[in-house]
Design a protein around this ligand. Structure first.
Ligand code: HEM
Length: 147
């Protein structure tokens, strides 16, 4: 008998094999919001990072590449074209974050920037809360240092 694919416990793998702690998005948010919304989120998020004295030093001076990485990743994760993986391969988020010291404080600061970014980008409910649930869960999964 073929068991359904599992990724830890009994959580199904997300659609498209995207990395993360497991749960698939309930709604195809890319179909609902369009790519432009995810670019708005990525730009708003990095505008906040740029003003965040605690997190800013972790990121490169030029934020254009991180903006593109984040926008393409989110478009892909939330059901849109797989441009991120076409350019960079499997997201492997935990591995790609290992070089950055993410403790509980950094995780909370990142989540606060993203919460603000969804507001700045005027993402409507209930999609905003659905996205925040994903971000809260994934940011916790990315903690890789005691703090
Ligand atoms: C929901 C949580 C998160 C998601 C979905 C996420 C997603 C990503 C993605 C897709 C990249 C680009 C990786 C690459 O292609 O090389 C990235 C880079 C990065 N992330 Fe995260 N991340 C999350 C949480 C965090 C947290 C909590 C921190 C630190 C507080 C962090 C710090 C960084 C840094 C410093 C980079 C390098 C910038 C770049 O090259 O794009 N991330 N993140």
């Amino acid at each position: 008998m073929n068991e359904p694919q599992k990724s830890g416990g009994d959580v199904p793998l997300p659609i498209g094999g995207v990395t993360g702690p497991g749960a698939a998005p309930q709604v195809d948010l890319h179909a609902v919001l369009g790519s432009e919304a995810f670019w708005r989120i990525a730009r708003a998020f990095y505008a906040r990072i740029d003003r965040d004295a605690f997190l800013r030093p972790m990121f490169p001076e030029d934020l254009e590449e991180p903006i593109r990485n984040q926008a393409e990743f989110l478009i892909q994760y939330f059901g849109g074209p797989q441009d991120y993986s076409a350019r960079k391969g499997h997201p492997r988020l935990r591995m790609r974050h290992m070089n950055f010291a993410i403790d509980v404080a950094a995780r909370h600061a990142w989540v606060a920037c993203m919460r603000g970014a969804l507001e700045d980008a005027a993402i409507p409910e209930p999609h905003r809360s659905a996205m925040m649930a994903y971000f809260e869960r994934t940011a916790t999964f990315l903690i890789n240092r005691e703090g």
